[in-house]
Design a protein around this ligand. Structure first.
Ligand code: ASP
Ligand code: MG
Length: 433
C-alpha cells in the first residue's frame, strides 16, 4: 500500500514530462543531405511531442578529425584533411538548400576553431577532445538550420553547458549530480520547442570540452533521458533493430522484438556494436525503455529494451575482431600461482587494458584482449620481465549467448579454434581468421 502510494506520488511529479522523449541519430543517419532530410521527415511525425534530439558527427567525420589531431601532434600539415571536412559540410548545406549565410558563417567558425585547437600545446587527449568534438557541433548546426528553415520550432543547445564530466579526457566520467541539476531548465524549453543537441561531448568544471569515448552519442542520449526522466529513448539506425547476430555475417539473424536490459547490456559487453556499452545502465536504473528503430523503414517495429523477462531467448552471436591472445608462461618450473596472476593483473591495470577472456593452465596464464598496437606491445614488454610471453594477433572472439545444442557444437568445432570457454549459458571461442 505504502509502495503504491509512493509510486503515485512519483508519477504525479513526472507526469508533466511523461511525454518527453529522447531521439538519437548517429553518424550514418546524418551522413549527407538526403539522410538529414530523412531525419526531418521522421521528426515531422513527432512535432507534437516534447522531444530532445541528440546527433552525432556526420558520416565518418570523427575519424577525419582524429586524423587531423594525429597530424597536428606530429607537426604535420593537415590542410587537405580540413579542406575535405569543410567541403563535406558545405556540400550538405548546399544540397539542403541552406544558402543562409548565417549557417555558412557558423560552419566556418567551427572550422576555424579546429585549426586553432589542433595546434595548441597540451596533453594529446586534451587536444583530441577540443578538436574531435567539433564534428558533433557541425552536424548539430546543420540539422538545426535545416529544421528551422523547414518550419520546425527548434532550439540548438550546446551539450557542453549541460553534461559535465570528471577526467580523463577522451573517456569523460559523468558528474551526475551537476549534470542532473544543469539539465532541468531544458524542461521549460521542451514545452514549446524541440531541442537539437550533440552526442559524445561534455565539459569539465572549468569549461574544457571532453568526450565520452568513441560512439558515445548513445550514452549522451541516455544521460539526457535519465536526468530529464524521459518516457523513452529511441536510437535510429540503419538496422531493423537489435539482431541475434550481424546479418552481414549470418543472414539468418533475427530481430528481437524486445530484450531485457540485462541481456542488452551483456551483448554490448561481448562486443555487439549496436548500442554503446554505457547506454543501458542509466536507463535501466531509471526504468526508461530504449527503442532501437530503423530510420529507413518506419513501419518496422524495431526492438524495445526494457524491464522484462523472456524465458527462451534464441542464441545471440557476437563476433569481436582484432583480438590478441597473450600467454604468460612461468619460467622457473613452478606452477601459476596467485602472486604471478597478481603481477599480470597489475600490468593490465597499469596499461588500462580490459580482459575479454582469460584461462589458466598449470604453467601458463592466457588473456584475450583487444589488439591496440602500442598499448599491447607495452604490456607484452612489461610482462616479459616476469614471464615467457607469447602472443597471437588477428584473432576473432565469438561469443554465443543462450546457446543451444546446434550452435554449441557448430562453434566449438569451427576450424581454427585456439581457445574455448563455456558456462551454462555462454560459449566463447577464440579463432584464427
Ligand atoms: N561521432 C562519435 C564517434 O564516431 C560519437 C558517435 O558517433 O556516437 O565516435
Ligand atoms: Mg559514429
Amino acid at each position: 500500500m505504502l509502495k503504491q502510494c509512493k509510486y503515485t506520488l512519483q508519477s504525479f511529479e513526472i507526469n508533466n514530462n511523461q511525454l518527453m522523449k529522447v531521439f538519437k541519430f548517429g553518424g550514418a543517419s546524418v551522413k549527407d543531405a538526403k539522410a538529414i532530410k530523412n531525419v526531418g521527415s521522421i521528426l515531422r511525425n513527432y512535432s507534437n511531442e516534447e522531444l530532445l534530439v541528440v546527433v552525432s558527427a556526420m558520416g565518418t567525420t570523427t575519424n577525419s578529425l582524429e586524423r587531423i589531431v594525429d597530424l597536428a601532434v606530429e607537426k604535420k600539415n593537415f590542410n587537405n584533411e580540413l579542406a575535405d571536412i569543410t567541403a563535406y559540410h558545405r556540400n550538405a548545406l548546399k544540397y539542403l538548400e541552406l544558402n543562409a549565410t548565417a549557417a555558412q558563417k557558423l560552419i566556418d567558425e567551427v572550422i576555424h576553431t579546429i585549426t586553432i585547437e589542433a595546434v595548441k600545446t597540451g596533453e594529446y587527449d586534451q587536444v583530441y577532445d577540443q578538436v574531435v568534438s567539433q564534428g558533433e557541433i557541425l552536424a548539430s548546426i546543420i540539422l538545426n538550420f535545416y529544421l528551422k528553415t523547414n518550419g520546425f520550432s527548434v532550439e540548438w543547445v550546446d551539450a557542453r553547458k549541460f553534461i559535465f564530466t570528471h577526467p580523463p579526457f577522451r573517456e569523460g566520467k559523468v558528474n551526475w549530480k551537476k549534470t542532473e541539476a544543469a539539465v532541468q531548465p531544458l524542461k521549460n524549453i521542451l514545452t514549446n520547442k524541440m531541442i537539437i543537441t550533440q552526442g559524445f561531448i561534455g565539459a569539465t568544471d572549468d569549461g574544457m570540452t571532453t568526450t565520452l569515448g568513441r560512439e558515445g552519442s548513445d550514452f549522451s542520449a541516455a544521460i539526457f533521458a535519465a536526468c530529464l526522466s524521459a518516457e523513452s529513448v529511441t536510437i535510429w539506425k540503419d538496422v531493423p533493430g537489435v539482431m541475434s547476430a550481424d546479418p552481414k555475417r549470418l543472414p539468418d539473424a533475427i530481430v528481437f522484438e524486445e530484450l531485457p536490459y540485462q541481456e542488452a547490456a551483456e551483448m554490448t559487453y561481448y562486443g555487439a556494436s549496436v548500442i554503446h556499452p554505457k547506454t543501458i545502465k542509466p536507463l535501466a536504473n531509471a526504468k526508461i525503455p530504449l527503442l532501437v528503430k530503423n530510420f529507413d523503414d518506419l513501419s518496422l517495429p524495431g526492438t524495445r529494451i526494457h524491464d522484462c523477462k523472456i524465458d527462451h531467448l534464441p542464441p545471440l552471436i557476437v563476433f569481436k575482431e582484432n583480438q590478441c591472445l597473450i600467454s604468460c608462461k612461468v619460467t622457473d618450473y613452478t606452477f601459476v600461482n596467485e602472486q604471478q596472476i597478481g603481477l599480470i593483473f597489475q600490468a593490465l591495470m597499469n596499461h588500462d587494458i580490459r580482459i575479454n577472456v582469460m584461462q589458466n593452465s598449470a604453467i601458463s596464464f592466457s588473456i584475450c584482449v583487444d589488439f591496440r598496437d602500442s598499448k599491447i606491445m607495452k604490456l607484452v614488454n612489461s610482462l616479459s620481465k616476469n614471464f615467457e610471453v607469447y602472443y597471437n594477433t588477428g584473432l576473432t572472439l565469438i561469443t554465443i549467448k543462450n546457446y543451444d545444442a546446434t550452435t554449441f557444437s557448430e562453434y566449438r568445432n569451427r576450424a581454427g579454434v585456439i581457445l574455448e570457454q563455456s558456462s551454462r549459458s555462454t560459449l566463447q571461442v577464440l579463432v584464427k581468421n
